[in-house]
Design a binder for this molecule. Sequence first.
Ligand code: PMP
Length: 393
Amino acid sequence: TSFFDSLTEQKPDPLLELIAKFAADPRSGKIDLGVGVYRDETGRTPVMRAVKAAERHLWETQESKSYIGPEGDPAFLRALALETFGEHHGGRLLAGIQTPGGTGALRLAAELLALDKRRKIWIGTPTWVNHQAIFAAVGLQVGTYRFFDIGKQAVLDDEMLATLQNATPGDAVLLQTSCHNPTGAGLSPQNWLDIADIIAARGLLPLFDNAYQGLGHGRIEDAAGMMTVIETVGEAMVAVSCSKSFSLYRERTGAVYLFGDQHAQLNKGIGNLASHARASYSMPPAHGAAIVAAILQEPSRRHAWVDELSEMRNRIAEIRRAVAEAFAQFRPELANIASQEGMFSLLPISPENVGQLQAEHGIYMPDSGRINVAGMRVEDVASVAQRIGPYLA
Ligand code: PMP
């Protein structure tokens, strides 16, 4: 008997299946709203200008590809921390470790949390599909609460606060820093203050998933809620992804940062993360992190990056306004899409109708109804909305 035969069959990733189906669709008017990456007005996901410049610089100056340690590149970690958390970083000490993307960062952080099997991590639903899988993979208990009402296009802040109020001290709380995947829904400054107070009072540990900083309202604006929590609570973990904000997706670039008040405690935390890293992938891929460091440390490259990130953010905001206006004719609540942030919004639509829309109009989205607004050109929004509107729940 074959060892491989004894394994359980795994379902293919539905989003990858959707991409394959879309590619095979011969219709010229087809449109892909399922993709998880930023697209520009011409439908491409380009290499950013600053990334090209940094790669040129690296090609000319890099002298060795010898090993680095499991913690990765200290220059990258310093520069990314400054860019992400500001000079003051919430008045707390911080320490970081470079990881293979934001997923690697979440997985590494989850490994630490899972050291205590009594601990739960609380996540709002719906959330990024991989969150459940990551926490399940390390054997962490997951508690859920409803985060978003699709029909009302509104955050269920009361349910969220009530859940945190009843969490057990020591439990972790997963929070998306900005540009919530898949809802686009942001939390108000008052929500963040309330969350910070409850987390501090209950002795909970916040884990931030920071994958879209700069694509919502701005680099600093997008981090404001997270910084409120870090200032108030004292201890926190942050998983940073450079995939979207530097368009480095396949370079697998990210980091985990730990916040606290004592160097010795943070060093212990990083030491544990590094030992997990050593036992799984040894050390993170260097190229993407070297690019990020080369951008953030050199003013003209950093300037080019800030500019291009703003272009991306402004394009997303412009499409959002058009999408909101066009869809509000079918459901008034969908006007909220204009004030949501990041690439994703969640449409009220049944899986059956998602299938119908695909079959009849060549419009592709996952069964959840998540759309990537950056998958559209501004001039196509009205016609896309006309085709989707009749299928909304
Ligand atoms: N968190 C969220 C909410 C995401 O949407 C993603 C990417 N889809 C990630 C983390 C991880 O991104 P990556 O591993 O590609 O850096």
